[in-house]
Design a protein around this ligand. Structure first.
Ligand SMILES: NC(=O)c1ccc[n+]([C@@H]2O[C@H](COP(=O)([O-])OP(=O)(O)OC[C@H]3O[C@@H](n4cnc5c(N)ncnc54)[C@H](OP(=O)(O)O)[C@@H]3O)[C@@H](O)[C@H]2O)c1
Length: 318
C-alpha cells in the first residue's frame, strides 16, 4: 500500500526531500502546504504533486495525507507538527525537532495524545555508511569508543535576513548544524557525564561558532565544534580501543570513511546518503503501530534538545 506524504513547506530541504522520496517505491508526495497558495502551487506544479494547499491548516485537513514532513524553518516546527498530529497525521520533523526542549516536550506529548508517529529527521542515523559503521562498532570489532572529534563548520555570507543569522527565524549554528556532532556523540557514546563550552555570538545576536568538550564516566571524551561564518573540516574522527575511524566531509552525510587498525587502513564506501533512508523507518514504524522509532526515539531528541538549551545558555553567560 502506498504511503501518502504531505510536505509542509517549500524551501530547499522540502525540495530535496521530494526528490529523494522518489527512491521509495511505496511512498508518494501527494500534497504540499505553504504560507501562500502561489508558493504551494509553484512547488507542486514543478514536482507533479497533485494537491497544493495555501495554508498548513488546509494541508492538515487533507484526508488523503497519511504522514507529513515538516520542512519549515525551526520556529514553525512545533506549531506545524502539533497541528498535523492533532489532525491525525503521522509526522517527520526536520532537525532540530524544536527550538528548545520545552517545545520538544509539547510535541512528544501531542504525539502520545494523538497516538500518531513523531520522529526528528536526523537522517545521519539512517544513512548507509553510518548504519554500517555503527553495526561494526556494536559488534565489538573496534572496541570501546575513547574519543570523538566532530566538526560542522561552514561559511555562509552573514546576511541578517538569512534564517541562519536572523534570531526570529531560529538563527545560530548550534541549532542548525551543531546538532550533527552532538548527535554523533550521543548516538555512539550516550549522554555525557560532564561538559564545558565556549562560543561566539555574532552581530545579529546568534551564535556563529561553538565548541563543546564532553566527558563520560568511563573516561571517553569528545571535542565537538560548529560554526556558520568560516570554513571548517566537517569531518568526524572516532578513536576506539582497536581502530581509528575517520568519516570524510561532510561527515553527517558522507558515503566514505577510513578505518585504521593494526597498521592497516581500510577504505569504506557505502551506498549514497539521502533523505529517503529514514523514510523506510517511518513506514516500518507506522506499519507496526509505533509512535516513535527505536532508532531515533523521542527521549533522545528531548535529551539532545535539553543539552543544546544548556549550551546556548552557557555561551550567553546565563
Ligand atoms: N537534513 C538536512 O540536511 C537539512 C538541510 C537543510 C535544512 N534542514 C532543515 O530544514 C528546515 C528548513 O531549512 P531550509 O534550508 O529548507 O530553509 P528555507 O529554504 O529557508 O525554507 C524554509 C521554509 O520555511 C517556511 N517558512 C515558514 N515561515 C517562514 C518565515 N517566517 N520565513 C521564511 N520561511 C518560512 C517557508 O515555506 P513556505 O514559504 O512554503 O511557507 C520556507 O520555504 C530547517 O529546520 C533546517 O534545519 C535540514
Amino acid at each position: 500500500m502506498t504511503v501518502r506524504w504531505g510536505i509542509a513547506g517549500t524551501g530547499r530541504i522540502a525540495s530535496d526531500f521530494v526528490r529523494d522520496l522518489s527512491h521509495i517505491e511505496d511512498a508518494e508526495a501527494v500534497a504540499v502546504g505553504s504560507r501562500t497558495a502561489a508558493g504551494a502551487g509553484e512547488f507542486a506544479a514543478a514536482r507533479g504533486i497533485a494537491r497544493a494547499h495555501g495554508s498548513m491548516s488546509a494541508l492538515a485537513a487533507d484526508p488523503e495525507v497519511d504522514v507529513v514532513y515538516v520542512a519549515g524553518i525551526h520556529p514553525v516546527h512545533r506549531e506545524h507538527a502539533v497541528m498535523m498530529l492533532e489532525a491525525g497525521k503521522h509526522v517527520l520533523v526536520e532537525k532540530p525537532l524544536a527550538m528548545d526542549a520545552g517545545e520538544a516536550d509539547g510535541m512528544i506529548a501531542a504525539s502520545r495524545t494523538a497516538g500518531r508517529f513523531l520522529m526528528e529527521a536526523m537522517w545521519t542515523r539512517f544513512n548507509p555508511l553510518h548504519t554500517e559503521l555503527k553495526r561494526r562498532l556494536d559488534s565489538g570489532e573496534f572496541g570501546r569508543v575513547t574519543h570523538i572529534e566532530s566538526d560542522f563548520t561552514f561559511e555562509v555570507p552573514r546576511d541578517p535576513s538569512h534564517r541562519l543569522f536572523d534570531p526570529a527565524k531560529g538563527g545560530g549554528s548550534l541549532l542548525d548544524v551543531g546538532i550533527y556532532p552532538i548527535n554523533l556523540a550521543w548516538w555512539w557514546l550516550g549522554a555525557p557525564g560532564s561538559w564545558t563550552t565556549s562560543g561566539n555570538i555574532g552581530p545579529t545576536g546568534v551564535d556563529e561558532a561553538v565548541t563543546m568538550d564532553l566527558s563520560w564516566p568511563d573516561g571517553a571524551t569528545a571535542h565537538l565544534t560548529c560554526g556558520s561564518t568560516r570554513p571548517g573540516p566537517r569531518t568526524s574522527t572516532v578513536t576506539c580501543e582497536k581502530a581509528v575511524i575517520t568519516i570524510d566531509a561532510p561527515s553527517h552525510s558522507s558515503p566514505t570513511a577510513s578505518i585504521t587498525a593494526g597498521g592497516q587502513t581500510e577504505k569504506v564506501t557505502a551506498a549514497a546518503p539521502g533523505l529517503h533512508h529514514q523514510v523506510r523507518e517511518v513506514h516500518r514504524c507506522i506499519g507496526a503501530g509505533l509512535i516513535e522509532s527505536p532508532r531515533m526515539p523521542h527521549g533522545e531528541s528531548l535529551r539532545i534538545a535539553r543539552f543544546m538549551d544548556d549550551v546556548a545558555s552557557a555561551i550567553r553567560g546565563r
